[in-house]
Design a protein around this ligand. Structure first.
Ligand SMILES: Cc1cc2nc3c(=O)[nH]c(=O)nc-3n(C[C@H](O)[C@H](O)[C@H](O)COP(=O)(O)O)c2cc1C
Length: 311
């Protein structure tokens, strides 16, 4: 998620869960090929398994970007066919590509040819008037001819004009049953469901019907629900018992960042929602908000903030 799942937040998530696959923010293929790679692609080894999400529509450029991603150590390359923002549409990629399944198939084929890691597609159930179940099925059938490794479906349509990106994440109703139907009718495809999922109970329910679940805002707004994800979803030991323990194991990462000249706020801006609803949470947020932005702010700011929370 843009402005959300940067490397700092992903590294924090790894203190809560090791089994889940993490996604980067979307990066345009052209930026990967021509831009500052350390800034755009750099990640900490603790973040594995990690997928780089690419935006773009030019198969050759996407293939080049995918190759670079694989060389950087990414475990998967995901193509964004779900973002409806104006900026994305003017570049004619993202959700607009749902109307061009053959182009997406060409892009996936080029990427598959370029790398040995999985190549996956994130898409909507439809756009504008192209929003019948049969339209999505056709999209999946065309794209699967290029051996797409997984279809991650945001279970609501997008309106390319008339709704803001934010509205497009909330206003069109969720149509989970169409994603379930896709899995039933195309059992050989790996289908992941996304949209409005916030608890592990919900995750487990969906897993009865599809292969995987993607959680966006739920994981950002209330990462604590992931504390038990490894045990419940992957049969692994959870890395931390509670948020305090998770923050404790995150300390060395934070110390490295701040010690290397980075700002504490780069990290704590992602931690503002922790402890929501607990006594002292407001003082925790206020302290971080005021103190972490100051030059020279270090780990003691976070320690003090956490001390305000009484459990
Ligand atoms: C701030 C923000 C940024 C997002 N950026 C991306 C993105 O870069 N790529 C993408 O595929 N989806 C992006 N999304 C959409 C989410 O991945 C997800 O599909 C959507 O929010 C619905 O799932 P959720 O209800 O679990 O959040 C973004 C969502 C938000 C709130």
């Amino acid at each position: 998620m843009m402005e959300r799942t940067d490397r700092h937040f992903r590294a924090f998530l790894r203190c809560l869960t090791r089994g889940t696959l993490l996604y980067t923010e979307m990066v345009h293929a052209r930026a990967v090929v021509s831009g500052d790679r350390e800034k755009l692609l750099g990640f900490d080894p603790c973040e594995h398994p990690i997928a780089l999400q690419l935006g773009g529509e030019d198969p050759e450029l996407l293939a080049q970007a995918a190759r670079i991603a694989e060389d950087w150590g990414y475990d998967e390359v995901n193509l964004n066919v779900g973002c409806p923002s104006d900026r994305v549409q003017s570049g004619c990629f993202g959700a607009a590509l749902m109307a061009r399944p053959e182009r997406v198939a060409e892009a996936v084929a080029a990427m598959r040819h370029a790398v040995s890691v999985p190549v996956t597609v994130k898409h909507r159930i439809g756009i504008d008037d192209l929003d019948r179940y049969e339209d999505m099925l056709r999209f999946v059938d065309v794209v699967s001819s290029s051996d797409c490794d997984r279809f991650s479906v945001h279970a609501r349509k997008a309106w390319l004009s008339g709704l803001s990106p934010k509205e497009n994440r909330n206003v069109p109703p969720l149509r989970y049953h169409e994603v379930y139907r896709l899995k039933t009718e195309r059992p050989e495809q790996v289908v992941e469901i996304n949209g409005g999922i916030k608890t592990l109970d919900e995750v487990e329910d969906h897993l009865q019907r599809v292969d995987a679940v993607m959680v966006g805002r739920g994981a950002y707004d209330d990462p604590a629900f992931l504390l038990d994800a490894d045990r419940r979803c992957f049969g692994l030991d959870n890395p931390s018992g509670d948020l305090r323990e998770a923050l404790q194991s995150y300390r060395s990462y934070i110390a490295n960042h701040v010690g290397g000249g980075g700002r504490l706020h780069d990290i704590t801006r992602h931690l503002m929602g922790l402890f929501a609803g607990q006594p002292g949470a407001r003082r925790y947020r206020r302290h971080l908000g005021q103190e972490a932005v100051r030059p020279g702010a270090d780990l003691s700011v976070l320690d003090t903030a956490v001390d305000f929370v009484t459990i």
